[in-house]
Design a protein around this ligand. Structure first.
Ligand code: CA
Length: 230
């Protein structure tokens, strides 16, 4: 497993790098945002640890640029205690997890393991590079959905929620399940957020959003995906 560690503090960079190497990870380091972007362009990584306060190009800008071309690379952001707004912004820009500095190396290692498990599981889900239901065809690689109304570009969370529902086809999926699967362990948006995502998905893919055929509501619990032509 290859990890890109982006950290401008020399001592912390060395400490984390050494510890992760001892855990068996192959670690590349970048001391600023510019170097990080160059390294991301040049090589494949399984995960990135990204400090937010960086010289030259900020961590947030690194993340935004990364997500334009790579929606999948798992990212853990690290930030100082007093910069919670940056952290929230980081999560909005598509970070998967965060750690507040100073952190215990052991905690970082656990979070890396969990995040890699989660993302590896997603990759090895038996389905799904693409999927067709009714007039809709979803390409999970390109995030493009073809629908009765034309093409839509799905946001990362929309895609992940849809993918999860389809993977659990004909089973009731609770909002908590969706939160855990799509948002992860520590970031808990309100369950209302899920409902909003579901209503966007219905707008794209249902003929009649009041009487959905594919993404059904299960009262008091959550949702169920059905596709009678499968
Ligand atoms: Ca820093």
């Amino acid at each position: 497993m290859r990890i890109l560690l982006v950290e401008d503090e020399v001592s912390l960079r060395k400490l984390v790098s050494l510890n992760l190497s001892m855990e068996g990870y192959e670690v590349e380091t970048a001391e600023n945002g510019q170097v990080a972007l160059a390294k991301l362009d040049e090589a494949y990584y399984d995960l990135m640890i990204l400090d937010l306060m960086l010289p030259k190009v900020s961590g947030l800008d690194v993340l935004t640029t990364l997500r334009l071309t790579n929606a999948k690379l798992p990212v853990i952001i690290t930030s100082a205690k007093d910069s919670s707004s940056d952290r929230i912004q980081g999560l909005k820009e598509g970070a998967d997890d965060y750690l507040v500095k100073p952190f215990e190396i052991e905690e970082l290692v656990i979070r890396i393991q969990r995040l890699l498990e989660r993302t590896q599981n997603q990759v090895t889900d038996p389905i799904l590079e693409s999927y067709t239901f009714g007039p809709n065809h979803i390409n999970f690689e390109t995030f493009v959905g073809e629908t009765a109304q034309g093409k839509v570009e799905l946001k990362q969370k929309e895609l992940l929620i849809l993918k999860f529902l389809i993977a659990k086809k004909n089973q009731v999926v609770s909002r908590q399940d969706i939160l855990r699967k799509v948002w992860g362990y520590d970031v808990y948006p309100s369950t209302r957020t899920i409902d909003n995502f579901i209503s966007s998905l219905r707008k794209y893919f249902e003929e009649d959003i009041k009487n959905p055929k594919y993404i059904l509501s299960v009262r008091g619990i959550g949702y169920k995906f059905v596709n009678n032509s499968d």
